[in-house]
Ligand binder design. Structure first.
Ligand code: FAD
Length: 314
């Protein structure tokens, strides 16, 4: 298997995919590496098989506000559909379907965690347990704190990365038997410990063997319980969810918590990307411009434009 390319992109989230697509379209060789099992990073869908059938949860990004017209059009062209009358878009049959479809045709390798980087003889050397990769150009589209960890505190871009702030989010996925209460499809309440609750099974094209809910804890709850075990977090969040939706905790068919350590940007960089042209290094992700998937997409596209544009060719 090839382990060298013109460009290596670390991160198969929507930022990495938007960048890699544009670089590949411009004609360069590109490899995308990601430590996760599934494509899409925080645009994530988890599938579970229960006795009564298959169910799924969007446990990362919930709904894509269609504010950015170009992004909304691309998402619709990729198969996204409106969830409700507010016009927010969701992937069908799950949110991860959108990055998966956008990544079609790319050389993408999941399950590879890059643990060390070095720039030698005008090439980037990337190490992961048991494998090494090389490229002339490196694009990191991973959360800013993780980029800082990889590059180290003395790197010229470390100061800018330190300015970016991201916070965690604890997410509960819970399934209840068909016929269980469905009082609403989505609810946002910043004053409640569960700041966001969505009836995932109300989204278009979901596998609806059960009534499924996704609840996201607010910032205070998430920070307080981040280091607890997923089992403990699920046990804490379930009664809070059941209280809101009017269901008995003991009727839950499936329960799982996910800890997103770098979920949401609270202080963005304020520019679409960072770069160190001397070493052909580019850094991007949602954290550059905001907290949403469209910001990640814009950042990845801006990096590709900077690499392939006329200014770079000179
Ligand atoms: C709970 C939650 C709810 C959200 N709700 C919404 C919403 O409703 N609407 C919305 O628009 N946005 C929402 N977002 C935000 C949205 O998901 C993100 O803005 C967007 O998906 C970020 O994309 P990205 O490509 O920048 O980063 P990511 O999706 O985080 O991708 C980064 C990738 O890098 C990989 N990686 C990291 N380090 C390494 C390494 N060392 N080696 C290899 N791979 C590595 C990770 O595995 C990951 O796949 C939500 C996020 C969360 C967590």
């Amino acid at each position: 298997m090839k382990r060298a390319a013109d460009s290596i992109v670390i991160g198969s989230g929507i930022a990495g995919i938007s960048c890699a697509r544009a670089l590949a379209q411009a004609g360069g060789t590109v490899i995308v590496l990601d430590k996760g099992r599934g494509i899409g990073g925080r645009m994530a869908t988890r599938r579970v098989t229960l006795e009564i059938g298959e169910i799924s949860f969007d446990h990362g990004a919930q709904v894509l506000p269609a504010q950015n017209a170009a992004f909304a059009t691309l998402m619709r062209d990729t198969g996204a559909a409106a969830w409700d009358q507010d016009g927010g878009l969701v992937g069908v049959p799950g949110m991860s379907q959108l990055p998966r479809r956008l990544a079609e045709g790319l050389d993408l390798r999941q399950g590879i965690e890059i643990t060390a980087l070095a720039y030698r003889d005008r090439r980037w050397m990337l190490s992961s347990p048991g494998e090494a990769f090389q490229a002339q150009r490196l694009v990191l589209t991973i959360p800013a704190p993780q980029a800082l960890q990889l590059l180290g505190p003395t790197h010229p871009l470390a100061g800018a990365l330190t300015e970016v702030e991201m916070r965690p989010c604890l997410t509960l996925m819970a399934a209840f038997p068909p016929g269980s209460p469905r009082p609403f499809s989505q609810r946002s309440d910043p004053d409640h410990p569960l700041a966001w609750i969505a009836q995932d099974s109300s989204k278009l094209g979901r596998r609806t063997a059960a009534v499924t809910w996704v609840a996201q804890a607010g910032p205070k709850f998430s920070a307080q319980y981040l280091e607890n075990s997923p089992e403990d977090i699920a046990a804490q969040m379930l009664p809070l969810l059941c209280d809101v939706i009017g269901t008995q905790p003991q009727t839950a068919l499936h329960l799982r918590a996910h800890r997103w350590r770098y979920a949401q940007t609270i202080r963005p960089l304020g520019a679409p990307y960072l770069s160190d042209r001397a070493t052909n290094l580019y850094l991007g992700g949602d954290w550059c411009l905001g907290a949403r998937a469209e910001h990640a997409f814009q950042s990845g596209a801006a990096i590709a434009a900077a690499i392939t544009g006329p200014a770079h060719a000179r």
